[in-house]
Ligand binder design. Structure first.
Ligand code: NAD
Length: 477
């Protein structure tokens, strides 16, 4: 039984209310740990600690090379705890163990990557006239708040924390209530072991509508980064607007792969294997729709159904497991309802369609054929292992189907024709487009949404702009 506390000002702090949040293993439904639940007092402590650390200028005035060294030390400490931390993350989230360990290494990669930018935050000199020297400085906002989702607790956290830290901000992180353990334990320990000055990185555990909204609405928070659902994202944007502070929001998706008649269909199947069934489809940029030309639709559907039926189901700790559980009973019921709605609307489940009769929150790998563009399962984010196949007659229709949702996170094109590929890429409304694959990015590639999938960009050099403000200086000679 894992018991974790809040990490505030370099110390592990219990909530004065004594309230805890229990965490279960989605593969079994059994309680595996608890975290001390932050209330207003702990939120205030965390933000105060961050503000004091910022005002002390310990990070702001740290020479860039020293900041880079500190970040690489954090990266090394994260790699040291990757195995144990990954195991705990696997237990609380349900994802395959290898993926959970990879998240810690991925987090380390973010710190390494952004350590390389600390000495490249350069301003400009601007010609005004011969009696004025004008230049710009890039400065941090101050206290940057990070609200993290449960699907990739470690990667998503490091994705925003590392550039915020590289830019010189002090931070307060609110973990997701369903998966706080590995962050509150191993991640906090890595930060502590790296000797990060107290108060620069604070980690609190609590409910979104309590601690989460207290953090985002706190008077001393100067910038917010939120990764999660559109619904909550809009609340965050309202809270940020109330205080006129900037927000980076990374939200949901309903991403489509457009398959042309000449495509290698096995590549589509391979992409779908990880793209929609990896982590039981609980991925923001999941390949949740396949928009395929009618001439090859039946052949592709058969291949997809066979792949889905053959996936190894199990606990993320089991060897070679491919289909892991959903995060919670609530999420399982939500996915069941979507599957029922698809069937009622006339879609055909050629694979799966039901919950799996075993302990934990498992749902079958599901492929829906005969999906029409206006069905709920083709429009809304299901966040489960459910793939919708839609067919088209001509390219115009394919592009229309792919683009006509409220989202615009990712998209894909499958064709052997490079002209067809690049022309289609240009017409797809999505923040990232994959050709003949899915998920090709790295920490260095900008990631973010079009439309309601969010704005700003995370990852790569783009991301650091979200954590810096520009000061213009004019010197009269
Ligand atoms: P969620 O919106 O329910 O919760 C996300 C976080 O917000 C949690 O930490 C939660 O406690 C907190 N929260 C909830 N209400 C809040 C409030 N009023 N104020 C402040 N914080 C609050 O999302 P989720 O269910 O954890 O994650 C799944 C969603 O996240 C999916 O829609 C998925 O597509 C999206 N997501 C997007 C990306 C991306 O990069 N675009 C990445 C991962 C997940």
């Amino acid at each position: 039984m894992q018991k974790c506390k809040n990490y505030i000002n370099g110390q592990w702090i219990e909530s004065s209310s004594g309230e805890v949040i229990e965490v279960n293993n989605p593969a079994t439904g059994k309680i595996i740990g608890e975290v001390s639940c932050a209330k207003q007092e702990e939120v205030d402590m965390a933000v105060d600690a961050a503000l004091k650390a910022h005002n002390s200028r310990v990070l702001v005035d740290m020479p860039p090379m020293e900041r880079a060294t500190l970040m690489r030390t954090i990266a090394n400490e994260l790699r040291k705890v990757a195995s144990d931390g990954g195991s705990l993350l696997c237990s609380e989230n349900g994802k395959p163990l290898a993926g959970a360990i990879h998240e810690f290494n991925d987090a380390a990669n973010y710190f390494d990557y952004y350590s390389g930018l600390t000495d490249k935050l350069e301003g400009n000199t601007i010609p005004v006239n011969k009696t004025v020297i004008d230049y710009t400085l890039l400065e941090p906002y101050g206290v940057s708040a990070h609200i993290v989702p449960w699907n990739f607790p470690m990667s998503m956290l490091a994705r925003s924390l590392a550039p915020a830290f590289a830019a010189g901000n002090a931070t307060v992180i609110k973990t997701a209530e369903l998966t706080p353990l590995a962050t509150a334990d191993h991640f906090a320990q890595a930060i502590h072991n790296a000797n990060v000055p107290a108060g620069l990185i604070n980690i609190i555990c609590g409910y979104g509508n309590e601690a989460g909204s207290m953090v985002t609405g706190h008077k001393d928070v100067s910038q917010v980064t939120f990764t999660g659902s559109v619904l909550t994202g809009k609340k965050i944007l309202h809270a940020a607007a109330e205080r006129a502070i900037p927000a980076v929001v990374e939200l949901g998706g309903k991403s489509a792969a457009v398959v042309f008649p000449d495509a290698d269909l096995d590549k589509v199947v391979n992409a779908a294997r990880g793209g929609i069934f990896g982590q039981a489809g609980q991925i923001c940029s999941a390949m949740s729709r396949v928009v395929v030309h009618e001439s090859v639709k039946d052949e592709l559907v058969e291949k997809l159904a066979n792949m889905a039926k053959g996936l190894k189901v199990g606990d993320g700790h089991d060897d070679g497991v491919e289909l892991t559980p959903l995060i919670s009973e609530q999420q399982l019921q939500k996915v069941e309802n979507y599957a029922r709605s698809g069937q009622q609307a006339g879609a055909t489940a050629v694979a799966g369609g039901n919950r799996i009769d075993r302990e934990g929150y498992f749902f079958e790998a599901t492929v829906f054929d005969d999906v029409k563009h206006d069905m709920t399962i083709a429009q809304e984010e299901i966040f489960g292992p459910v793939l919708s196949v839609l067919s088209y007659k001509d390219k115009e229709e394919a592009i229309h189907i792919a683009n006509d949702t409220a989202f615009g996170l990712a998209a894909g094109v499958f064709t052997k024709d490079i002209d067809q590929a690049t022309n289609t890429v240009n017409q797809l409304q999505a923040g990232q487009v994959y050709v003949n694959s899915w998920f090709t990015g790295s920490v260095a590639t900008p990631f973010g949404g079009y439309k309601q999938s969010g704005y700003s960009r995370e990852k790569g050099q783009e991301a650091i702009k979200g954590y810096l403000q520009v000061k213009n200086v004019g010197i009269q000679l």
